[in-house]
Every structure is written in structure tokens, then in C-alpha cells.
Design a protein around this ligand. Structure first.
Ligand SMILES: Cc1cc2nc3c(=O)[nH]c(=O)nc-3n(C[C@H](O)[C@H](O)[C@H](O)COP(=O)(O)OP(=O)(O)OC[C@H]3O[C@@H](n4cnc5c(N)ncnc54)[C@H](O)[C@@H]3O)c2cc1C
Length: 505
């Protein structure tokens, strides 16, 4: 029996972040002889938001061989050490989700377990005091991590905040240099093959036809191929994630300081993001349209900016949920066409990245093995559900007294998978990461504790350790971490010295 022939033509439809990330990665990884064509329409444009990321984006950029400083400089990029959550747990409360690890485990006992015990006895500070990223966030400072595990700086992790349209442009140049062909035009028809219903080609206005064997749907919320042409189906999660609109606006930077983190502030009917870039600040108010009008949401956004708005606010509508099959027939949906979770933990760009990695690991030949397709869909589903649960946690575990939204999400039935995690943590602070789960234990612990989910007890193994010694070493850890944070340059100074906007070749 001869093996099915390899795929020779890949067509990407859509030139937003998803389309150009896919094009750049394919250009880097696909064997010679396979053509990659990207179709996009300038007239339609892109979603125009999406500026904050999480640490794995560094692996994606490294895979492409991008120079970090050049990338930061070309995308007005800044460093993100975590997210500050303001008023989420209750009004007047603040906590951070830093990217780095908390403290050090002792004799196999988790750091947060020992912390819980000492904290209950008044012998430990708040948990942020033992995280070097949290301390650097508070000080507005940054220094790259080092690989040496003996150094405190090895406990750091970071991501980026950047102008997404500049990132797409940057990746476009990268992809085109490596042979990706860009076609400008609006897709008007998607003819399907008789028999198996596979996509045969996309036909642009003016009748230009672009044929392919594998199609990547990167058309954003339109989901032109995966849904409009193939009807892969949609599973709504709007009953859990009830926000369905956002108004966004860039504003002027309030001063020379550039905070190395994203801020998320809860409001009566949603929350507002603040993402500092080198040349401006990105802002948006994500809200539930059942609880506030668009005009009032806009007023809230504008009233909570710390610099002058640089344009009129623009409105985005969405629904939380996922495509029932992200890979259907010969089409794989990446980006907003595959599903959407609100940007609370900045996960959308990461979901594009992990979709690309999965596709590369399961790249089909012309036989389009259903087993490989099903594995892709299974892994995609699992990851979306894990991220969904993490985002729901922020809403569900709240004590806010204003607004109907907060009461509804507090009282709603949550997914069983999240319920199990919460119950386990509430008992003795136990946490287990499941099958390639995106967010590390330290992220879950930061948000669980931050949202006021305090374990009733702790791991009994912590009782076997010398408490006095632990209390002393906790203080030493804090002092070491705080000293390391204080010694870092201010974030804006580091940027000015290493990656000032628009200065690299
Ligand atoms: C309010 C909000 C805030 C967000 N914030 C973040 C964040 O902080 N971090 C993060 O990781 N993600 C964020 N996201 C998600 C992020 O914006 C997207 O994941 C990312 O931009 C990818 O979008 P996309 O490429 O899938 O779609 P789009 O940017 O919408 O691109 C779609 C492309 O398809 C093309 N197209 C559509 N129809 C046709 C047609 N008929 N013919 C030809 N071309 C066509 C368009 O021209 C465009 O090029 C946010 C999303 C929203 C809604």
C-alpha cells in the first residue's frame, strides 16, 4: 500500500495576528516544496485589539528566530511580569497574579502549604512578598531572568505587551521573506468538493481562485470557512462567561513611568484592562450588555483612563465559547474563528500559538487521517476548557456587593472540573495540574488566594518541619527577593537602554 501524498499547498485565510503567526511558523517549519498562501482583505481589517500575552510567547518568538530586542523595538513592546487585579475580590481589594514562582519548596513540601501554616499563625507575610516578579511589579522594575538555578533571577518569568497590529506586520515581513505569498482580496465563495465536502478553493471577489489542500481559517469572529462554509458548530459558554461586549480606546501615557504589568480593574458590570506600551496605553472595558448600556460602558471606560484618549472608543461584540470542531474536514480554525475567551488572562494569542504547535505535530498528508484530526480536536478542547475554568474562577470567587453580574456569577453552577479544583484547594490547599495544563500551579494559587479562596488547613507534612527555622528562612527569602527587585533598573529605563521603540534596523 502506498502512503498518501504529502500536502503541497496550504492556504491561510485571514491576516490578523492568527493568520500571520501561522504564516510565520509555517514558513519556518514546513518542508521545501510546500507553498503557503495567505489571503487577507485590507477593506475588512482586523479585530484591532489583543496586546497582552503570557510567557510561552517567548518560545514562539524563539522558534521563529526573532531577536527579542528588535521585536520589542518594532512593536512598541513592553515587559509584562504579571497582572494586577483591582477590586475583583471586593471593592478596595487588590492582588497580583505574577508569572514567577513563589518561594521554594522545603523537603518536598510545597511552598504555599508552609506559607498557609505560617500565615495562619501570623508568622508569614502576604504570599506576594515571596515572589520576585510581584516585588518587581510593585517597584516598577525589570531585569531579564538568568538560567543559573542558584540565582534568584531564575525564579522570574515574563511575557510581553505590544501593539498587535505591529506584531502582525512584523510577522508578515518575516513570513514573506521566507516565501509566503500574500494575496489581497475579499473571499466571496468557498466551493466544496463533491463527495467529501472538503474545501476546494477560496474564490475572491473578481473571481480569482486560490486552490489548496489544507485551509487555515484565520478570519476572526466571521469564521468564514470553518462555520459559514463547513458548519462545524458552536458551543456557547455565555452562561458562565457573561460579558459579551467591549469598548476599547488607546490613551496617552500618563508620564515617563511604564508599569511592567497589565492592570485589570473590576467595575459594576464587567472590568477594564490597562496595557502599557512604549508609545501609549491600551484600554478597554469588557462588560455584560444585560447589565449596562453601551453608552454607560463607554463613560465608565473614559472616566477611568489615566491619560487623554487618542481616538474615539470602538465597540466589539462577542460570545464566549468554542467551535465544536476546530479541525473539520481539511480546515483548521485558528484564533477568533476557533473560539473566544475574554482577555482577562491574555490567553487568545497563546491559544493561536498552541494551535499552531499542535497542527505542526499532527500535520496531515493528503489522506487526512481522522485519528490525527480527532487528537487535534481532543487536545484543543482540553486546553480551552482548562483556560475557561481559570477565567471563570476570577468571576465566581467574588465578594463584590455591587451589580447583579457579580451576584449571578457567584451563585451560578460552575463546570465540574473547576468545582473539583476549588473543593480540593478549599480543604488543604491541594492543587494538581492536569495533562499539559497551561497555567502553572503558581498561577492558580495566586488567583485562588487573591480571590479569597483560603484553604481551611494545610498539608500535614508541613507540621513535620521545624516551624521556627521556617519562619526565619521565609523572612530571609523575602529579603533576598526584595533586594533583587530593588537592584533591577526601572522598567522604562531598561526599555530605553535595550529596546527603544523604532530604533532597530
Ligand atoms: C476585546 C478583546 C480584547 C482582546 N485582548 C487580547 C489580549 O490582551 N491578549 C490576547 O492574547 N488576545 C486578546 N484578544 C484576542 C486577540 O485580539 C485575537 O486572538 C487575535 O487578534 C487574533 O485575531 P484573529 O487573527 O483571529 O482575527 P482578526 O484580527 O479579526 O483577523 C481576521 C482576518 O481575516 C480577514 N478576513 C475576514 N473575512 C475575510 C474575507 N471575506 N476575505 C478575506 N479576508 C477576510 C480580515 O481581513 C483579517 O485579516 C482580545 C480580543 C477582544 C475581542
Amino acid at each position: 500500500m502506498t502512503a498518501p501524498a504529502p500536502i503541497r499547498r496550504i492556504v491561510i485565510v485571514g491576516g490578523g495576528t492568527a493568520g500571520w503567526m501561522a504564516a510565520a511558523a509555517l514558513a519556518r517549519l514546513i518542508p521545501a516544496g510546500v507553498s503557503v498562501t495567505l489571503v487577507e482583505s485590507e477593506e475588512i481589517g482586523t479585530v484591532g485589539v489583543g496586546e497582552a500575552t503570557i510567557p510561552p510567547i517567548r518560545n514562539f518568538n524563539a522558534l521563529l528566530g526573532l531577536d527579542e530586542r528588535d521585536f520589542l523595538s518594532r512593536t512598541q513592546g513592553t515587559i509584562k511580569l504579571g497582572i494586577a487585579f483591582v477590586d475583583w475580590t471586593r471593592e478596595g481589594h487588590r492582588y497580583v497574579h505574577p508569572f514567577g514562582e513563589f518561594g521554594f519548596d522545603v523537603e518536598g513540601v510545597k511552598f504555599h502549604q508552609i506559607w498557609r501554616k505560617l500565615h495562619a499563625e501570623g508568622r508569614a507575610r502576604e504570599i506576594d512578598a515571596y515572589n520576585v516578579c510581584a516585588l518587581a511589579m510593585a517597584a516598577g522594575r525589570y531585569q531579564p531572568p538568568v538560567a543559573d538555578p542558584g540565582s534568584i533571577l531564575s525564579r522570574m518569568a515574563y511575557a510581553y505587551q505590544f501593539d498587535a497590529s505591529l506584531y502582525a506586520k512584523y510577522l508578515r515581513a518575516h513570513a514573506e521573506r521566507r516565501g509566503v505569498v500574500r494575496v489581497e482580496g475579499k473571499v466571496a465563495q468557498v466551493p466544496l468538493r463533491a463527495g467529501d465536502g472538503f474545501i476546494e478553493a477560496v474564490v475572491l471577489e473578481g473571481d480569482r481562485r486560490v486552490e489548496g489542500e489544507l485551509f487555515l481559517d484565520c478570519t476572526g469572529f466571521r469564521a468564514l470557512l470553518i462555520e459559514q462554509a463547513l458548519g462545524a458548530g458552536w458551543e456557547s459558554w455565555a452562561h458562565w462567561l457573561q460579558c459579551d461586549r467591549a469598548v476599547a480606546v488607546p490613551s496617552a501615557s500618563p508620564g515617563p513611568e511604564i508599569t511592567p504589568f497589565t492592570r485589570s480593574t473590576a467595575h459594576r458590570a464587567g472590568w477594564q484592562w490597562r496595557i502599557p506600551l512604549q508609545h501609549r496605553v491600551g484600554n478597554g472595558h469588557v462588560y455584560c450588555s444585560a447589565d449596562i448600556s453601551d453608552d454607560a460602558a463607554c463613560e465608565t471606560l473614559l472616566a477611568n483612563l489615566d491619560g487623554a484618549p487618542l481616538r474615539d472608543p470602538f465597540l466589539l461584540r462577542f460570545e464566549a465559547g468554542r467551535r465544536k470542531r476546530a479541525w473539520h474536514r481539511n480546515c483548521v480554525a485558528l484564533g477568533l474563528s476557533s473560539g473566544f475567551l475574554e482577555p482577562l488572562e491574555s490567553t487568545s494569542i497563546h491559544l493561536i500559538q498552541s494551535g499552531i504547535h499542535r497542527l505542526m505535530a499532527l500535520l496531515p498528508d493528503s489522506g487526512f487521517s481522522p485519528v490525527e484530526r480527532d487528537e487535534y480536536n481532543r487536545l484543543t478542547d482540553a486546553q480551552m476548557e482548562q483556560v475557561r475554568d481559570f477565567v471563570i474562577l476570577h468571576y465566581h470567587a467574588n465578594e463584590r456587593q455591587d451589580g447583579d453580574l457579580w451576584r449571578r456569577v457567584r451563585e451560578m453552577a460552575i463546570p465540574e472540573t473547576l468545582r473539583r479544583k476549588l473543593d480540593l484547594f478549599r480543604g488543604r490547599g491541594r492543587f494538581f495540574r492536569h495533562e499539559d495544563e497551561l497555567f502553572a500551579e503558581s498561577s492558580w494559587i495566586a488567583v485562588l488566594l487573591g480571590q479569597g479562596v483560603i484553604p481551611a488547613g494545610w498539608d500535614p507534612l508541613a507540621d513535620g518541619l521545624d516551624e521556627n527555622k521556617l519562619a526565619t528562612s521565609f523572612e530571609r527569602i523575602h529579603e533576598m527577593f526584595a533586594r533583587a527587585a530593588r537592584a533591577m533598573p526601572r522598567h522604562e529605563e531598561w526599555l530605553a537602554r535595550n529596546a527603544p521603540a523604532g530604533t532597530t534596523a
